[in-house]
Design a protein around this ligand. Structure first.
Ligand code: BGC
Length: 811
């Protein structure tokens, strides 16, 4: 099988929604699930189309309470395309006998193909060969091309194409009790020349969305086109009747989509019709689309091979493909963040979390302007973050755990535990650590790009405003002589408070180690941020934020005296009091439940509480070693006045890994990472599982609700920063490759300081080539051997064998 294809060779209704998510086509502006063109939402199918960052709020009554949620909106379904013979039934994949089947996601060209031969109830054999694209060339265009071949019959065929606004947000079973209709239909028209249009508006955000479609059926056949019909208030369709012989019938449906928020348009309907009229046909669109994809792959592809490999190359490409469909050059200037679940489904409502931490490193080294855009999305919401901090009595800016349209906290107030059927208060918004992640992202982006426009313009202001928040949330305890951070939840969302206390009163945990280590790091770094600003800009920011020397002094103090709870033997406690929790009988739970990833739900359904146990949903303490090298970790602990030797890292990994259920796909990435140098075999297994997160739906049912962008980017990042050992420090690109056993070749393309680089690694060599560019010379280094690289130049290093090495990130 080609490493560019994901193939399915039979139709499996039970797997269909998963495939729809995996075969979603998108371009960073909108995305459409890979549903059948004839399918409507039901038990088997869920066609969904989502415009990036297009949200709507609804209030629902749950358990006698009103809750408000903001959702990524399922906009009208543009896909419907079907046919019937004579006045028989309309074709449906579920009503025919399938004789042969191939569904192919072509990652290289960005197309979804379906080739199905089937026999209908009257014994006629027909072949449906479909190509589909959501254009990466023109982000407002999508298209279907079908070749319909009557293999053993002749007769009159009616082809029907529809635009359907009768859709709801019904893709996530857990949300079904919540209000789900987000659209009102304004207008549906026959626009003449085989065109129809549909105009809708979201009920609360009042965003107008217009789709215009053109149906063409072979040459001359269009003469038999019927006038478009508004089949219901929400549905407009057009039909074409044509007599067929044995020759294939060529059908094309071209669709344009605009919203009133698009830049550089006068009005959405006009824009949609103009866009549609510019499209000559599928083939021309496919060429433009393939070219755009070629350009992206030329920057982003990764090669991975060796005798120990089995499908990793394809899975990595699948991950890169979906990342680029979620965030692409079309995402620029649209005020959209990077969602945790792609624009591929309705899980987590299209919200933006801390997952950027896993996603941005991939983009920083390939399409850095998209990282800047993601940061700009945050910066535009700094006002809301300042108000949120002030409302809780803190200074500076406190960004929300879940972010949507206007920057307020979008975490749900109640969530449903499907295992017990109970609605429970949701405490995840206490994950203030998202604010440390934003600072971390700003700093790493700056290190890699030296983008002064970004840093001076808004990066520094955001960093320092967040530092203000952390400085003010930390409280001094004279009995310990240390600062505490209270009322938070760490990345491990299982622990939201102390056992046997009312969750409302207890309100989170004290001194989550991960949070505090990051805060100690960022408060120390704040001084570096200030130092690199031109004096005038620094004065402006200080005036704007009310920052003064006394506050900076306090940061200096806090960053040396924050408490990090430590247990015996250098084990970092996840939070204060963690040591008093009970051990869980893991074997018993595995024996009873099999899959225990969501122990929180299992225990709650048993009338117990996960807060009572030493179990983590995902890496929490170990995130420290994911984000910082061994050297950096020891420096941070030194700064905090704790003795923490790098030998303790492995003990921490073993201790915490043994207590983690991997209830989040992010967990696999972190653990594969922290083990990469010390236990290559285990790390490799976790990496493989991370690669399977979505394609094999390892959580047993979450991928159909949307892909996991963090795990997708995180696995790619393991290849570049772990296997290649890539670090960007002080303007130098450092390499320290260590390939997993059985991997003999790695090829990575990336961009560093205007150099486009092709990097090849084998177990014995590292070869770095710069493409011809106009760019200043850069430094590259392999294990402290520094060399200059000029544009168009090349540097080769002979690698030290693994057995002769020491000293690296977690060694
Ligand atoms: C994880 C979070 C993550 C979120 C969105 C949750 O299941 O626990 O860490 O941010 O999913 O991906």
């Amino acid at each position: 099988m080609s490493d560019w294809h994901i193939d399915y060779t039979s139709y499996d209704p039970a797997e269909e929604k998963l495939r729809e998510a995996l075969c979603t086509l998108g371009n960073g502006y909108f995305a459409t699930r890979g549903a059948y063109a004839d399918a409507a939402a039901d038990e088997r199918h869920y066609p969904g189309t989502y415009v990036a960052g297009l949200y709507n709020r609804r209030v629902s009554a749950v358990e006698g309470r009103e809750v408000e949620n903001e959702d990524l909106v399922n906009v009208p379904n543009w896909l419907p395309l079907t046919f019937r013979i004579g006045d028989g039934d309309w074709f449906s994949i579920d009503a025919v006998e399938i004789l042969s089947f191939l569904q192919r996601l072509d990652l290289e060209r960005g197309e979804l193909l379906r080739d199905v031969r089937f026999r209908d109830a009257s014994g006629r054999t027909t072949r449906w060969r479909e190509r589909r694209l959501v254009s990466m060339g023109d982000c407002h265009v999508a298209a279907l091309q079908v070749e319909l071949t009557p293999e053993d019959w002749q007769g009159e065929v009616t082809v029907r194409s529809t635009l359907d606004a009768g859709v709801t947000n019904g893709g996530v079973a857990r949300y079904r009790a919540l209000a789900s209709r987000h659209l009102e239909t304004l207008d549906a028209r026959d626009e003449g020349q085989h065109r129809i249009s549909l105009r809708v508006r979201t009920t609360q955000s009042r965003i107008e969305i217009v789709q215009a479609a053109r149906l063409e059926v072979a040459d001359g056949a269009t003469a038999a086109a019927e006038p478009a019909v508004r089949q219901s208030p929400d549905l407009i369709g057009q039909e074409v009747r044509v007599s067929t012989g044995e020759a294939p019938l060529r059908i094309e449906k071209i669709v344009a989509l605009h919203t009133a928020r698009d830049p550089a348009i006068a009005e959405a309907r006009l824009a949609a019709l103009e866009t549609l009229d510019r499209c000559t046909g599928y083939e021309a669109l496919a060429r433009q689309h393939a070219m755009a994809w070629r350009h992206l792959w030329d920057r982003c592809d990764i090669g991975f091979d060796g005798p120990g490999c089995n499908g990793e190359q394809r899975k990595l490409r699948l991950h890169i493909f979906h990342l680029l469909q979620t965030v692409s050059p079309h995402s620029v200037n649209r005020d959209i963040g990077i969602p945790a679940r792609g624009w591929h489904g309705e899980a987590y409502r299209g919200h933006i979390f801390w997952d950027e931490l896993f996603i941005l490193p991939f983009l920083t080294l390939r399409l850095p302007h998209l990282v800047r855009e993601a940061m700009r999305y945050r910066y535009r919401r700094i006002g809301a973050a300042r108000r949120a901090a002030a409302a809780e009595g803190f200074r500076g800016a406190m960004f929300p755990w879940q972010s949507g349209s206007d920057g307020r906290e979008e975490s749900q107030q109640l969530h449903l535990n499907p295992a017990s059927g109970r609605w429970l208060p949701d405490r995840s918004h206490r994950q203030r650590h998202v604010n440390a992640a934003i600072c971390y992202n700003i700093w790493r982006y700056w290190e890699a790009t030296n983008d002064t426009e970004f840093m001076y313009g808004f990066g520094a202001e955001m960093f320092l405003s967040i530092a203000q928040f952390w400085g003010s949330i930390a409280s001094y305890d004279p009995t310990t002589g240390r600062y505490d951070i209270k009322g938070v939840v760490g990345p491990d969302e299982f622990h939201t408070g102390y056992p046997d206390t009312d969750a409302d009163e207890a309100g989170g945990l004290t001194n989550n180690a991960y949070t505090n280590v990051l805060v100690a790091w960022l408060l120390a770094r704040a001084r570096d941020v200030m130092d690199l600003l031109p004096p005038d800009r620094l004065t402006e920011i200080m005036e704007l934020t009310g920052l003064d020397e006394a506050e900076c002094e306090r940061w200096h103090e806090v960053c040396r005296k924050l408490k990090v709870p430590l247990l015996d033997d250098g084990i970092i406690s996840q939070f204060e009091g963690y040591e008093n929790l009970r051990e869980l009988d893991w074997q018993d739970y595995v024996a009873r439940y099999g899959n225990i990833q969501r122990l929180d739900r299992i225990l709650e359904a048993e009338g117990d509480d996960v807060n009572r146990y030493k179990v983590s949903k995902q890496a929490d303490v170990l995130m420290i070693f994911y984000l910082f090298s061994a050297e950096e970790v020891t420096q941070i602990f030194e700064q905090l006045g704790y003795a923490f030797g790098r030998q303790a890292i492995r003990r921490n990994v073993d201790y915490h890994l043994a207590r983690t259920s991997h209830g989040s796909t992010l967990s696999l990435v972190t653990h594969a990472w922290v083990l990469a140098r010390s236990d290559r075999e285990h790390s490799w297994q976790l990496f493989q599982r991370g690669l399977d997160s979505d394609i094999a739906d390892i959580q047993g049912g979450t991928t159909k609700e949307g892909i996991h962008t963090g795990a997708m980017a995180g696995t790619v990042d393991i290849v570049q920063r772990n296997y290649l050992g890539l670090e960007t420090r002080a303007g130098t690109l450092h390499f320290n490759p260590l390939l997993p056993e059985g991997v003999e070749w790695l090829h990575v393309r990336l961009q560093f300081r205007q150099h486009r680089l092709d990097i090849d690694v084998t177990p014995t060599s590292l070869d770095i080539r710069s493409r011809p560019e106009v760019a200043p010379m850069i430094d590259v280094a392999y294990r402290s051997h520094y060399r200059k690289l000029i544009p168009g130049g090349r540097q080769r290093f002979a690698l030290v064998s693994p057995s002769a090495r020491s000293g690296s990130r977690t060694e």
